[in-house]
Design a protein around this ligand. Structure first.
Ligand code: SAM
Length: 293
């Protein structure tokens, strides 16, 4: 991990007005005139089905980074599982949606991404004055969080790429980009992500990941469930399986010719909320009493 500071970003924007993430040009705003620092109305989610047709564009959220998540997702997770001053980690931060929410909600945060251009986008989105939080951004690999102390994080909220679905760095050929791996290799590497997540999290605290599935030869590939299994094997206990409806593919939804296909359009993802048990004993008790793992 290498820390990339706001000063590094300020140097970078002297010569760069945008970055290319895969084939998409993402503009660096450099300065912001912010109209609102939070959603107009906010109702915390109460059930295990979440749906945000209006994804949220307050503060510096722009929704134009490939695969970015709605700021409502980290907002709900941060408000439910942390207090002001706690430490939030997103080790695959992309455009930094989680970090912006942490800043607005007065939590401290650490963000990591394998793509230096993504780190610059995140710093761009964080480039506005607000509160007193400490926010650190790193160029690094979610499988090796060597600059983060063990048992120092209060909440992990992250949205990993899915095996071979949306590629983030095909044009740059970053060999450590998890989105370039075959499903088999991807699961092997996600085990390292799960183990590092377990190491840095404080006992009793929560790790939430958003992950979806795909199809191959018209059949369903349950990547999300296999990733869930990997996190359980790393020692986590499953606290929630939240279904998040997908809205960004509205155009696809409207054009979807269900009559002509013999399969459905996948329109949901999973948010798995794991808890690191406080003690080994708690984990053993859970495993024994459920007896399906
Ligand atoms: C789904 S995107 C995250 C989007 C983010 N939640 C947002 O709102 O912008 C996944 C990110 O994981 C990053 N990534 C891929 N492999 C990685 C690795 N080994 N370590 C850290 N980040 C990685 C990609 O560069 C990409 O930015």
């Amino acid at each position: 991990m290498k820390e990339i500071t706001m000063n590094d970003y300020l140097e970078f924007i002297k010569e760069n007005d945008f970055v290319i993430i895969e084939s998409v040009k993402v503009k660096l705003n450099k300065t912001w005139s912010i109209k609102s620092y939070g959603p107009k109305e906010y109702f915390p989610e109460k059930t295990t089905v979440w749906s945000f047709p209006n994804r949220g564009s307050w503060a510096t959220h722009k929704g134009n980074y490939r695969g970015n998540w709605s700021p409502y997702v980290p907002r709900n997770l941060i408000l439910k599982y942390t207090n002001k001053g706690d430490w939030v980690l997103d080790q695959m931060m992309g455009s930094g949606t989680t970090l912006v929410e942490a800043k607005l909600l007065e939590r401290n945060a650490i963000g990591v991404d394998i793509n230096l251009d993504a780190v610059m986008v995140a710093l761009d989105r964080l480039n506005f004055p607000y509160g007193q939080s400490t926010i650190k951004t790193y160029w690094g690999d979610a499988r090796n969080l060597d600059k983060i102390e063990s048992q120092s994080i209060d909440l992990i909220a992250t949205h990993p790429p899915y095996a071979n679905m949306i590629s983030y760095t095909k044009n740059k050929k970053l060999s450590d980009d998890l989105s370039l791996l075959s499903p088999e290799e991807y699961l092997k590497e996600m085990r390292k992500v799960a183990e590092e997540s377990y190491r840095v999290l404080k006992p009793g605290k929560v790790c939430a990941i958003l992950i979806g599935d795909t199809r191959k030869y018209k059949h369903y590939v349950p990547i999300a469930f296999r990733v869930m299994q990997v996190f359980l094997e790393a020692g986590f206990i499953l606290r929630e399986d939240i279904i998040k409806l997908q809205w960004k593919m509205k155009a696809t939804r409207e054009k979807w010719r269900a009559k002509e296909y013999d399969f459905y359009l996948i329109a949901h993802e999973h948010i798995f909320v794991f808890r690191k048990p406080e003690k080994e004993e708690e984990y053993r008790k859970y495993k024994l009493s459920v007896n399906i793992f």
